[in-house]
Design a protein around this ligand. Sequence first.
Ligand code: ME8
Length: 518
Amino acid sequence: GIMTAAERPAFYITTAIAYPNGVPHIGHAYEYISSDALARFKRLDGYDVFFMTGTDEHGQKMQQTANTEGVPVEELARRNSDVFEGMDKVLDISYDRFIRTTDEDHTRASIAIWEAMLAAGDIYLGTYAGWYSVRDEAFYAAEETTVLDDGTRVATETRTPVEWSEESNYFFRLSKYQDALLDLYESQPDFILPATRRNEIVSYVKAGLKDLSISRTTFDWGVPVPEDPRHVMYVWVDALTNYLTGVGYPETDSAAFQRYWPADVHIIGKDITRFHTVYWPAFLLSAGIALPKRVFVHGFLFNKGEKMSKSVGNVVDPMALVDAYGLDPVRFFLLREISYGQDGSYSHDAIVGRINADLANEYGNLVQRSLKMVARDFESAIPEPGAFTADDTELLDRARGLLDRCRAEFDQQQMHLALEAIWLTLGETNRYFSAQQPWALAKAGEKGREGTVLYVTLEVLRIVSILAQPVIPGSAGKILDLLGQTGRSFADVATPLVAGTSLPEPEVVFPKYLEPKG
Ligand code: ME8
């Protein structure tokens, strides 16, 4: 039966919130598309999903960009935040809330977590003297910086310029949480995935943690520190708190908080692992709030192997990719081609290769060929199958086993492996179709067997299309229309095609990509 939201298990997934100091690039699009696929998968699997994304609008970087552009910082934030939200719509990102850290409820949440950390005795006034990277919005110890040949000092890891900063700041007693954090990584080994990222963080924390400067007095674009408004909170304190704001914090008795916190997974890119797996759990431990279950760290996308960044100027506009190849082909390419958790590269040739081999040939063409035969020989109604042969049964069993396989892979955020399994089954189905030669069966007057082969093929395509929806929602949905199917959740995988279901006129869903002439 249909479960109400209250009966369904909850699943809370977030993306990082982007700095709207510029427009989104393909790395952002990658994060949103991958998180969206995870959110959609859980919804189709019967979960009550809360999926949040948004923008991180405070901090020195935003203030500096606004100054350079000569616009008020609120206006810069609003303008670019709208571009991010607009991109989410184009990319079919099924978020439940688009949070802006300038939202009113977020100020309340940030003040509440600050007060909780203060009450725990973890915030004190001190003097900060050290290196700050505005681009990274991060503090670095001297030994984490390098002086380049031209005399500029940069953060060794990110190569961004750092400046000497000396002020009276509030500090968070991060050092106090070293053992608790190491216990966390040990007792909850999948708190940080992939394992390579976890190992890096374990070494980092084992080397010793210094207390963290968590306020600034040199600019005022941020959440004011309670009782001391000369200070604004360090942008990462308020940014990380967005994950709580979204589910109703500080109202910890609220329905949303009770239902969705702790988050099931925070999806982030590799450059912000430390903030999410060291600072964030330490803040939460201090404030007495339950910890998220997992932080999954995805890799970076490179344009033909080259790092892209706003400052380097080789940033690819995700909208241009969608215009050139179509939305679902781009979504599919990113999730099929790149092992989630590792860096990946994209290029025109690689995208076209995937479109033509995986989507047009293996999938679209099989849909088209089988449906055309049903239209021609079975009056556009799903044929009644006869007795299944061993080949039929083997293929059907394989397709029916895909749901468990995909579940296992998606639960580890390994979407590329789920897609690989699905496409291997499509490959098998193409081989089956060629070997069974339903067109020859038609000619030989063996209509019963032809109908069985077509039934088996369409049944596999039905299952595959249900499972492909999280990644290519539009096109998989279109194929399910062509198969006459309204049952599209994962619970429907177990209900086979009903013979006699009448089908619409077949259409091409995945055209081959042809190079533009000229
Ligand atoms: O870091 N490939 O914002 P951001 C893949 N506001 N992912 C990439 C990428 C690339 N080339 N470049 C960036 C911030 N990302 C903070 C987050 S969360 C409380 C605050 C990812 O706009 C990056 O790793 O710089 C991060 O997960 C996201 O894009 C936003 O980056």
